[in-house]
Design a protein around this ligand. Structure first.
Ligand SMILES: [Zn+2]
Length: 67
C-alpha cells in the first residue's frame, strides 16, 4: 500500500496517510478542517524512461490466431 502525503492549504500542515487506492482521499486537515491537497511523488510514483518503452509494435501486429 502506498503512503500518500497531504498538505493543508490553510495552515500548511503536512501529514502522511497510509491507505490503499480504493480508500477515499483525505480532503480535510485534521488540525484546522481546511482544504488539503495530495502531494504527488514519494515511493508510489511510476517513472517511465525513454529507452525500452515501445507500444506501437504490439498494437499494429494483430494477426488472426486461427491456422
Ligand atoms: Zn490545516
Amino acid at each position: 500500500m502506498p503512503t500518500y502525503e497531504y498538505k493543508c492549504d490553510v495552515c500548511g500542515y503536512t501529514f502522511e496517510k497510509f491507505q490503499s487506492m480504493k480508500d477515499k482521499a483525505v480532503k480535510k486537515c485534521p488540525k484546522c478542517d481546511g482544504k488539503v491537497q495530495r502531494l504527488i511523488g514519494g515511493g508510489a510514483a511510476v517513472i517511465f524512461k525513454g529507452s525500452g518503452f515501445y507500444a506501437t509494435d504490439y498494437a499494429t501486429s494483430n494477426s488472426p490466431a486461427c491456422g
